[in-house]
Design a protein around this ligand. Structure first.
Ligand SMILES: [Zn+2]
Length: 193
């Protein structure tokens, strides 16, 4: 092995570790890490997880079903994330899935934290959404009233779709204003391109 190859593979490994640490800090569970950082062994990922979090990763499978993304507040949060993700996917060259995920999730989290709102969605849920989207189970569909794009079932007809902001449940006062601001921001971000 030449020195160049050796230092190249060291640098690559360091990069993989950095990516794993970023994901762990944002709340990724083991399934996310094993799927997105396949170059690091499971044992290595568990050790990194313990180092970053100070505790062992939770055991068990992810309990998520696609229906969670369609309930009111989670739908608005996921839609904000999904719009940012789609924007970055379209306009940022050379970003892979881990980059897209960490950047879009970072922007999503920052936005709602600035609003003083609790995050509905952790990074693992965001990752699971992308899996559902890529599998053709969920997609972004346009609201027929406000023209914003919201997460919907892929098989749901889009000509009659009305989003959760245009038709909120009665208990939804304060969150409604924050959600509207979030969607306006993601639309502005997309239009700035
Ligand atoms: Zn709407």
């Amino acid at each position: 092995m030449t020195t160049t190859t050796a230092s190249k593979s060291l640098a690559d490994e360091a990069a993989q570790v950095m990516r794993a640490v970023t994901l762990i800090k944002l709340g990724a569970r083991m399934q996310v890490l094993e799927s997105e950082i396949p170059k690091l062994s499971r044992e290595r990922l568990i050790r990194l997880y313990r180092e970053v979090k100070g505790a062992s990763p939770p055991k068990g499978m992810l309990p998520f079903s696609e229906d969670w993304y369609l309930t009111w507040a989670p739908n608005i949060h996921t839609s904000m994330f999904a719009n940012v993700y789609a924007f970055l996917e379209t306009y940022s060259d050379g970003l892979d899935r881990v980059d897209l995920l960490t950047r879009a999730y970072g922007l999503y989290a920052e936005h709602f934290q600035v609003q003083g709102e609790l995050l509905q969605m952790d990074l693992t849920r965001a990752w699971t959404f992308i899996r559902f989207r890529d599998a053709g189970i969920l997609r972004l569909a346009g609201c027929t009233r406000c023209r914003g794009k919201f997460v919907a079932h892929a098989h749901e007809p889009s000509h009659s779709m009305v989003c959760g902001i245009c038709r909120p449940p009665s208990r939804a006062g304060k969150t409604k204003a924050a959600a509207k601001a979030a969607l306006e921001r993601s639309v502005a971000l997309a239009q700035a391109a």
